[in-house]
Design a protein around this ligand. Structure first.
Ligand code: NAI
Length: 334
């Protein structure tokens, strides 16, 4: 089956080509992101493969349908960027990679916690300049602190286990408590209680209309003064402007982000020769107590291999059975 693979970088080409070693599909790699104007590049293909910041709104899906595409293989877990109702109406099937390495994301989340707490980002710069002063680098013991995990699915549960390993008390909020987490001693509480008692709050729920701006001015006001907020879920889980106000007032102690509300215009490319025009993002970068990574939490060799394997499995499924082996449909958002 001919498949146009959008938003590809060298590492995508490598992992997907390795997974397609038997040559079952004709993969056509293009660097451009998918949107209504680039959909025409899929002419002659039955399927497209898309990533997190590709635009799969109704106009794009209509444009894909018009050139003959009947299957979208997402090479990511999140599907908040797909208009599933439009896909269903057009008869376009959608597959995703529900699980590839929860460890990759959970471990990166822990890396953000440790970096912010022990100021590794600042220490690194200082030592390179011959500055070995410790003022400003004071951290706290994670052991005995309270960590609030919002969303204890695959990634959140893995992160909770890591934090339990550090000797933290873990509070959690999920619509469906996880028995494995409870067995570890994780205590499920209401959101307000989690926010009020946690020294670190980490977001691992999907972005849905219900969770958009879950952490806004009101939730921030409920958080402990000086607490740390980590978001490796999706950018719009937090209201970035409200978070900046909380950082300015000192109420929010520190912030670690791997995702950003408007990341589609920034992430996954080298913009080091350009001026950043997003003033909200630029403001975030001015805080010494903010660390931002560019949606790299998933980015381990193990995760890339697993993503490529499941993506090929979905393509095989669509070709052989007419649907993805890991489908995503409108019911998933209900
Ligand atoms: P999952 O589906 O296994 O777990 C999500 C959990 O969130 C479920 O237990 C669900 O019940 C819970 N949930 C849903 N609505 C909630 C709410 N309102 N409040 C509290 N909990 C709620 O998903 P998984 O694999 O753990 O991934 C979580 C999210 O992480 C994904 O949706 C995606 O947005 C993000 N992600 C980020 C990556 C990165 O590289 N930064 C990579 C992969 C995923």
């Amino acid at each position: 089956m001919r498949v146009v693979v959008y938003s590809t970088r060298a590492y995508d080409r490598e992992s997907l080509t390795a997974a397609n070693a038997a040559g079952r599909h004709e993969l056509v790699f293009i660097g451009a992101a998918l949107d209504a104007t680039t959909a025409v590049a899929a002419t002659g293909a039955q399927a497209v493969c898309a990533f997190v910041n590709d635009r799969l709104d109704a106009p794009t899906l209509q444009a894909l349908h018009a050139v003959g595409v009947r299957f979208v293989a997402l090479r990511c877990a999140g599907f908040n960027h797909v208009d599933l109702a439009a896909a269903a109406a057009l008869g376009i099937a959608v597959g995703r990679v529900p699980e590839y390495s929860p460890h990759a994301v959970a471990e990166h989340t822990a890396a953000l916690v440790l970096t912010l707490n022990r100021k590794i980002h600042r220490a690194h710069n200082r030592v390179r300049e011959g500055n070995f002063a410790l003022e400003g680098l004071l951290g706290f013991d994670l052991h005995g602190r309270t960590v609030g995990v919002i969303g204890t699915g695959r990634i959140g549960a893995c992160f909770a286990r890591i934090m339990v390993g550090f000797g933290c008390r873990v509070l959690a909020r999920d619509l469906q408590p996880d028995a494995g987490c409870e067995a570890l001693g994780v205590r499920y509480v209401e959101l307000d209680e989690l926010l009020a008692h946690s020294d670190i709050v980490s977001l691992h729920c999907p972005l849905t209309p219900q969770t958009r701006h879950l952490i806004g001015a009101e939730a921030l006001a409920h958080m402990k003064r000086g607490a740390m907020l980590i978001n490796t879920g999706r950018g719009a889980l937090i209201d970035t402007r409200a978070v900046i106000r909380a950082l300015k007032s000192g109420h929010l102690g520190s912030l670690g982000l791997d995702v950003y509300e408007e990341e589609a215009d920034l992430f996954f490319r080298d913009l080091s020769d350009e001026v950043i025009r997003d003033d909200v993002f630029a403001r975030l970068l001015t805080f010494p107590n903010v660390v931002v990574t560019g949606h790299q939490a998933f980015f381990t060799a193990d995760a890339l291999a697993a993503i490529a394997h499941t993506t090929l499995d979905n393509l095989d499924g669509f070709e052989a059975e007419g649907h993805a082996r890991h489908p995503v449909s409108i019911e998933h958002t209900a």
